[in-house]
Design a protein around this ligand. Structure first.
Ligand code: NAD
Ligand code: DAU
Length: 360
């Protein structure tokens, strides 16, 4: 079996659903259920005997050690993190706590478990050589690109600019060091912006869909010409499975969608789809709701991923274009308004007031 951390969040939940459908191997999901974690994302497998949920923190060494001893996973996939850049600007402490301190405690407990495994499987289902620790990271650790610069390769220097990306960079360095120093068999993926079902509506794409349907402004930070490289979440999940299966121990794999778009292009694409699928009652386009607001402090101008290594070595390529992926995504949100209503009640309102009223 495998242990997934942060599996009740956006990418983790998509990964568990994909994993059970494609691999069928049992999964244990350890998640702290922060505001971003939602067990409803996994309602479809809640009664599946191959799936188990544990409520807890990756930084709780005693809990994690107990889970490893009892379940003896062959791999740990670490999705757990604080993930939203704007929240990291308002309150970096939680990012340092989970992404840096939490990851370091998790690595120590995993190292202890791995060191106690037999060298070869034998009667034990997992041996030291087969075990993997797969760390899920982000392209933001590489900093910001000028318009004509080539996309980030795995050798690009680390230049994180936000508290979030700095905390992820720190976690990547810890993972690397635990391999280099202790020999822990680690793998790291650095992926570009994901979008798709179950993404919390604090992030650009689900926020714009939500606000558009609610008749609210679609907030564009600054001039809206910042560029992101969008990847459909299902393609990311497939890349992670492939890296776990065949990635070379100690290596880093960049994952990206070859879909560089400005934020204005993304928002306009969403508006055009909503105009087609759920036209406004007054016949005007949703794009009339687009509103420029003051920029994010320290806003990175451009991210782009060179995914050549994972394509060459592991034969992975994204299956979705932005046009196909964004259509599926908009349709999913239209079909799951109950999910959106549940996650946008209560504390969500406080965050929206804090982030956007300060910009007004
Ligand atoms: P998310 O915020 O939607 O989910 C994070 C999950 O981690 C939540 O379920 C939360 O409850 C859980 N969690 C937080 N702190 C925890 C802790 N201390 N212990 C256990 N669980 C904890 O995030 P996401 O967008 O699904 O991102 C998942 C991972 O992928 C993160 O590591 C993120 O840095 C990385 N990533 C995200 C993107 C993206 O575009 N969303 C792109 C590249 C990499
Ligand atoms: O690049 C990978 C990263 O992508 C992940 O590591 C992060 O976890 C994930 O949150 C995402 O970070 P971004 O900051 O790029 O994503 P976000 O959806 O917050 O913003 C995307 C772009 O849209 C960014 O340039 C900021 C802009 N934006 C965002 C919001 C929420 C707006 O213009 N208006 C908004 O209201």
């Amino acid at each position: 079996m495998i242990l997934v951390t942060g599996g009740a969040g956006f990418i983790g939940a998509n990964f568990i659903l994909d994993w059970l459908a494609e691999e069928g191997e049992p999964v244990l999901n350890l998640d702290k259920l922060t505001y971003a974690g939602n067990r409803e994302n996994l309602a479809g497998v809640a009664d599946d005997p191959r799936y188990r949920f544990v409520h807890g923190d990756i930084g709780d060494a005693e809990l994690v050690a107990g889970l490893l001893a009892r379940h003896r996973p062959r791999a740990v996939i670490n999705f757990a993190a604080e993930s939203h850049v704007d929240r990291s600007i308002h309150g970096p402490a939680a990012f340092i706590e989970t992404n840096v301190a939490g990851t370091s405690r998790l690595l120590e407990v995993v190292r202890d478990y791995w060191g106690g495994l037999p060298l070869t499987p034998g009667p034990s289902p997992v041996g030291r050589g087969e075990f993997r620790f797969l760390h899920i990271s982000t392209d933001e650790v590489y900093g910001s690109l000028a318009p004509a610069e080539p996309p980030f390769t795995e050798n690009h220097p680390y230049q994180p600019n936000s508290p979030y990306s700095a905390s992820k960079a720190a976690s990547d360095h810890l993972v690397r060091a635990w391999h280099h120093t202790y020999g822990l068999p680690v793998l790291t993926t650095n992926c570009s912006n994901n979008y798709g079902p179950y993404q919390f509506p604090e992030k650009l794409i689900p926020l714009v869909i939500h606000n558009a349907l609610a008749g609210q402004p679609l907030p564009i930070y600054g001039d809206g010409l910042q560029v992101r490289d969008w990847l459909y979440v299902g393609d990311h999940c497939r890349a992670i499975r492939r890296v776990l299966q065949a990635g070379r121990v100690g290596e880093v794999y960049n994952v990206g969608g070859h879909n560089e778009l400005t934020n204005l292009q993304v928002v306009e694409a969403i508006c055009a789809l909503l105009d087609e699928l759920r036209p406004r009652a007054d016949g005007r386009s949703y794009s009339a709701q687009m509103t420029h607001v003051p920029d994010r402090p320290g806003h990175d101008r451009r991210y782009a991923i060179d995914a050549g290594k994972i394509e060459r070595e592991l034969g992975w390529k994204p299956a979705e274009s932005f046009a196909t992926g964004i259509r599926k995504t908009v349709q999913w949100y239209l079909d799951h308004q109950g999910w959106v209503d549940n996650v946008t009640s209560g504390a969500y309102r406080e965050w929206v007031d804090r982030n956007y009223q300060e910009r007004a």
